[in-house]
Design a protein around this ligand. Structure first.
Ligand code: FE
Ligand code: FE
Length: 165
């Protein structure tokens, strides 16, 4: 594909995120299952629901652009999810594995935040105001999820540190 315009690049990047979100839809239930902490399980389940909304927002954007959302594989998300599943296959202390799961999930959130920040800005530059608004909403969701995971990590790592005393 020749990237002769910002719009072409914008659509390509949207397809990348679309694929990333769909990969995540399959991974989050497994991460919820693997989590020991009920709060962490809940956080993954809540983010699964949000992720469904993220996909729906992208569908809306593609609908208005009259383009198809499929056709790209997000290699970065593939790798990030792979690292997450390595964590799930480890044996070990529950709290330690939870801390590892959170680390993997936060890398996913940061990747999504970088992507959504980029496409939100491109949408603004292209005069796609409705799309920019939708992408900002998703960016906010990803940011809130990241913060919630940071809080959980602090609690979980504190429990582990206390147990080690
Ligand atoms: Fe998302
Ligand atoms: Fe996310």
């Amino acid at each position: 594909m020749k990237l002769e315009s910002l719009e072409t690049l914008y659509v390509e990047e949207l397809r990348d995120i679309y694929n990333a979100e769909n990969q995540l839809l399959k991974a989050l239930p497994k991460m919820a299952k693997a989590a020991s902490s009920p709060e962490l399980k809940q956080a993954f389940e809540d983010h699964l629901e949000q992720t469904e909304e993220h996909v729906a927002r992208l569908d809306e954007i593609f609908g208005k652009l009259d383009k198809k959302p499929t056709g790209k594989t997000c290699q970065a998300m593939k790798g990030l999810i792979e690292e997450g599943s390595e964590m799930m296959n480890h044996d070990g202390e529950e709290v330690v594995l939870d801390a590892g799961l959170i680390a993997a999930a936060q890398k996913v959130e940061h990747y999504e935040m970088a992507s959504y920040g980029t496409v939100r800005t491109w949408a603004e530059m292209l005069g796609e105001d409705d799309a920019a608004e939708l992408l900002q909403q998703t960016l906010d969701d990803e940011g809130e999820t990241d913060k919630r995971l940071t809080e959980l990590a602090e609690e979980i790592v504190n429990v582990e540190a206390a147990a080690g005393d």
